[in-house]
Design a protein around this ligand. Sequence first.
Ligand SMILES: Nc1nc2c(ncn2[C@@H]2O[C@H](COP(=O)(O)OP(=O)(O)O)[C@@H](O)[C@H]2O)c(=O)[nH]1
Ligand SMILES: [Mg+2]
Length: 410
Amino acid sequence: MILYFFFLPKIAMMDDFYMITQEDLEDIKESISTQDLPTAVNTIKEFLEKQDHVELNVGVTGESGSGKSTFVNAFRGLGDEDEGSAQTGPVETTMEPEAYFHPKYKNVKVWDLPGIGTPNFKADEYLKLVEFERYDFFIIIASDRFRECHTQLAKEIMRMGKTFYFVRSKIDSSIDAEKKSKKKSFDQKKTLDIIREDCENGLRKIGIEDPIVFLISNFELGNYDLNLLQERMEQELPQHKRRVLMLALPNITLEINEKKKKALEENIGKVALLSALVASVPIPGLSVIADLAIVTREIETYYSTFGLDDPSLQKLCERSGKTIEEFKSLMKSPLSGGINPASILSLAGAASLVVAENTVEYAVSLVPLLGTLVAGGMSYMTVSTMLKRALNDIAEDARNVLMASVQTEV
Ligand SMILES: Nc1nc2c(ncn2[C@@H]2O[C@H](COP(=O)(O)OP(=O)(O)O)[C@@H](O)[C@H]2O)c(=O)[nH]1
Ligand SMILES: [Mg+2]
């Protein structure tokens, strides 16, 4: 036991230790001093799993035909034809709230709510019907002007202590129409400003002082205000929900790419600590297998979160008209050829070099690779350096793929 006490302060000197909250640390210390090692390992595993279970419920509402179902799909990174997508089209199909799971994060649910604005529409009854308590926030969509029913609903949502965001959808068609009618004097920025002001004025008229309207096209997600909406949602969510949101959003802008990277980075400290503790279990060989499993799982999460897994790339091909080979040629990470012990250990080769530059830490993680394979698991530093390197490479690959996917052929 004394050995493990030794171990913690050493880790505490390392850079990314602050990723583990003080509270987590106390719990981990407690479990190490009062429990046996396998139980302590479980405690850390539970921390990692607990955050995977944080739920996020988004309610998407608006008039029939405004683009709710299309938005529900887009939010989950799906096209309307994809498996598991909400049905869209000219006829309203949603009569009661329907939950759509995020394909990669099952704890994220986007709810397609019934249409508002029917002749007898009453916001309070509507919110009761859709069980408003369940949602972390609402998105109110209008495809034209904002009307009385939108603001009535907004007021009632506020009264219930919940948050909402106004979205004006179908901006692509508004722009197209304006282009056709104005021809030479068409000015995109001016057109957008006019639409925005019109919506904001509508909202002001009925008592919303500082309205913000996000202009969006469900068909051109990288354009217009989607990015601002994402930023706003992130800022206003409680801390523990931000991470799930950032991971779940489709990787459609460079800003999102960067935020996904940050959200993933926050886990590295815990994952490495977990693997270091596993390494202290005195069963030679076992811990390396455990480490590889831990690191593999984490790296697979990176690929899936950035949308670089094969099914996601396939979808991106369909949308961008590029081929999988074109995208793969942009992916430089040694892991892109396959996540296997050899490619993972190639990250560790670099890790031991990095570590060697710092003699104190080198002493902690001595005997990398071959020696470790026999003696026990990989050290905290090795695993954390490996994961950081993998994450940097994969985020960079994702950035390049993203930029290529929005380039249109001339
Ligand atoms: N041009 C354009 N059409 C859209 C957009 N969003 C949805 N639509 C179309 O509008 C119609 C109604 O969309 P849907 O999502 O079914 O609306 P809902 O009734 O509110 O669920 C469908 O034909 C969609 O393809 C958009 O941003 N731009
Ligand atoms: Mg619908």
